[in-house]
Write a protein that binds this ligand. Structure first.
Ligand SMILES: Nc1ncnc2c1ncn2[C@@H]1O[C@H](COP(=O)(O)OP(=O)(O)OP(=O)(O)O)[C@@H](O)[C@H]1O
Ligand SMILES: [Mg+2]
Length: 488
């Protein structure tokens, strides 16, 4: 029923107000009651003394009950709220002013009376009410000397029976009644103000809840708060934090979508690149099987050679994909060591000698000193240089030149692989490190290449916390460069 925060707050406020109300009323009643009794007792302090001093109660050493009765009657007519009793020294009631059937006690407690006579006592002091077994009331008392025994007391109960009930008291007091009305009105006004304040506060929470709901339904739209006060109260801070969180989620979603798109593209590319050599392989092997008798020895050999070529291509593709996956998963724990870069470069060039000679291409390894050491994973750097060299070799015309320049620069060694081949158009430069990216895809369909070489290079350099850069002048040269920390 009370699901909303506003309803809960209002109910709590109501509860608190009722509690405070009850407390205030109780305190008011008790306080006014005590005050009234104190005043009454103070004002009537001398009543019992006057009775004792002004009248002749004793005749021949005995109490003259006829005088006493006359006095009682006279005083009751004068002030009906007074009830007068004559007590002996132990508190037993000897005579009283009321009708006989009204007095139920035979004696009253003497202690409050003695307490009343001590000067330090704080008023009001309540004594037993002879008209009721349970009740106590304020009184006035004065000792009266008995000739043949210890002193007795004149004991006057003040206020009488009329003021007994609270309702009676409120009814009888205009001030008490009107104070109650004012207090109640004050409570009602304060309650209304409280409810209004709560509604203002919860309204902001409601707005925030709505924004969160909207964002949940449509996370593409970042909720824009008109004014975000980071230094404001908790609700403001919550709003600001939600805004930041929503932005983060939004960008992460974007990221996820991009990754998802790339993944799908990768799967499509992989399937395509696997399908082509597989289909060709299957075609040639089937032809060999079906037309075996019709084919010449030379044709058979040619078909088998084509089949082997596609097998090799498949092999290379799968190996490259596997390598990339391994590098991606960061499974590759780099085995970092210090090694001689000049030696490594010379070794790699050595491996390419045959193919270089076929195309009449010259490779120069440039360095200042042969004692050039770097700290890196030697087998991965070998892979990088091989891939770069293998690309350069493919895109350089006959009699071309490839340069591997190794330069020490402060604490780093800069490695450049430069070729004077076809170059790369500026618009393609940002993409050549992407997986499966090839400038002229058609040209490569029948070749042994799938566009993964530079993606592997980039990944390896990143694993070494470095970056690879590329620049090119189309038709003139292409230049790849990266740095590695100097070794020892
Ligand atoms: N030195 C270069 N000169 C001109 N173009 C280049 C050079 N190096 C790379 N490219 C271009 O960048 C593309 C991507 O190169 P990458 O090495 O990633 O793939 P690939 O060599 O085609 O295939 P793979 O390396 O998997 O055998 C190449 O297809 C080519 O178009
Ligand atoms: Mg390559």
């Amino acid at each position: 029923m009370f699901k909303t925060l506003f309803a809960k707050l209002t109910m709590s406020l109501l509860f608190v107000f009722i509690l405070i109300g009850i407390l205030t009323l109780s305190v008011t009643f008790v306080a006014t009651d005590l005050y009234q009794q104190e005043i009454m007792q103070k004002l009537n302090d001398k009543v019992a003394e006057h009775i004792v001093k002004e009248t002749k109660i004793f005749k021949d050493g005995k109490i003259d009950y006829s005088v006493l009765r006359k006095l009682f009657r006279f005083l009751m007519v004068l002030n009906p709220s007074l009830e007068i009793y004559l007590l002996d020294h132990e508190g037993s009631i000897l005579a009283f002013s009321a009708p006989a059937w009204k007095v139920v006690r035979l004696s009253v407690d003497i202690k409050p009376i003695q307490h009343y006579f001590s000067h330090q006592s704080i008023l009001p002091i309540r004594g037993d009410d002879p008209r009721d077994y349970q009740k106590t009331k304020v009184f006035s008392a004065f000792p009266i000397p008995f000739k043949n025994g210890p002193d007795g007391y004149i004991y006057v109960i003040l206020g009488g029976e009329e003021y007994d009930s609270i309702v009676e008291r409120i009814k009888s007091s205009y001030i008490l009644g009107s104070s109650l009305v004012v207090i109640s009105l004050g409570f009602v006004v304060a309650f209304i103000v409280g409810v209004l304040l709560f509604s203002k506060l919860t309204k902001r929470l409601k707005t925030l809840a709505r924004t969160v709901r909207e964002f949940e339904q449509n996370p593409q739209d970042i909720p824009v708060s008109s004014e975000i006060k980071k230094s404001g109260d908790e609700i403001d801070q919550l709003t600001a934090q939600f805004q930041t969180m929503a932005e983060k989620i939004h960008f992460q979603l974007d990221d996820l979508q991009t990754t998802d798109y790339l993944r799908r593209e990768l799967v499509a590319n992989v399937s395509h690149d696997l399908r082509t050599p597989l289909a060709t392989l299957q075609g040639y092997i089937e032809t060999l099987l079906i037309k075996e008798s019709e084919l010449s020895q030379q044709q058979r050999k040619q078909y088998l050679q084509i089949a082997i070529k596609h097998c090799a291509r498949l092999n290379k593709l799968v190996a490259e994909l596997f390598e990339l996956a391994r590098l991606d998963a960061s499974e590759t724990k780099l085995s970092i060591e210090s090694f001689n870069l000049v030696e490594l470069a010379e070794d790699i060039v050595q491996k390419f000698t045959l193919r270089l000679q076929e195309k009449n291409i010259r490779v120069q390894v440039k360095y200042v000193t042969t004692e050039l050491f770097v700290v890196a994973d030697i087998s991965l750097i070998e892979r990088v240089l091989e891939n770069l060299l293998e690309n350069a070799l493919r895109f350089v015309a006959e009699h071309g030149l490839i340069t591997i320049a190794l330069e020490e620069n402060h604490q780093h060694v800069q490695i450049k692989v430069i070729d004077n081949g076809v170059g790369i158009p500026e618009s393609d430069l940002p993409h050549i490190f992407d997986r499966f990216y090839q400038l002229d895809k058609n040209r490569h369909v029948e070749s042994n290449h799938s566009g993964l070489g530079l993606a592997i290079v980039k990944k390896i350099i990143e694993l070494h916390h470095s970056i690879i850069e590329v620049s090119s002048i189309p038709g003139r040269e292409t230049r790849f460069s990266f740095t590695l920390p100097v070794g020892f």
